[in-house]
Design a protein around this ligand. Sequence first.
Ligand code: ADP
Length: 187
Amino acid sequence: MNIILFGPPGAGKGTQAKILIKTHDIVQISTGDMLRDEVNSGSNLGKTAKSIMDSGGLVSDEIIMSIIEERISKPDCQNGFILDGFPRTLNQAIALDDVLANKNIEIDHIIQIDVDEKLLFERIKQRAEEGDFVRNDDNKDVLIKRITVYQKDTMPVLEYYRSLKRLKTVDGMQSIENVSSDIKKMF
Ligand code: ADP
């Protein structure tokens, strides 16, 4: 089973992805994690990506498509995968269509974890007050920028899948368990 999972920063996308990979024995393809690995390895790609990621912006579509194409071709993807954090722009979504068509791969479920962005901003402020941030790109201002980038660049991707009648939406304002059981009901 192949899945695309959408959700703004703080929507619990990573948590749901972890549950799904266990229950369906599939792999998680997180472009954010792959980019962080590149940064930690000190590669040229990592060096280019780091400052963009730290500021909350988006890494170029070319870089993202090259890492996705390579990753999707690996044998461990054969039983299925979850795309987490990708596609994040309309160009990436259209490029993905091509990659999938060439490889004869179909996406079974495209799921949006829908949350109230006002509430996300509240959560961020609260976490900032509690001193709860760990990642470089996880401070208050950068998180707010990332949510804004999500609205501007990723919402059009959701509209694209919605117009193709492919998008399924789950209410992300519920408990982890309830979001997870709502996703299960879609399969
Ligand atoms: P989130 O916490 O929102 O899930 P990620 O871990 O997916 O964030 O991504 C962290 C950062 O990595 C993003 O803010 C962006 O700079 C970069 N990134 C990840 N995936 C993509 C992508 N598909 N296109 C462009 N940039 C990306």
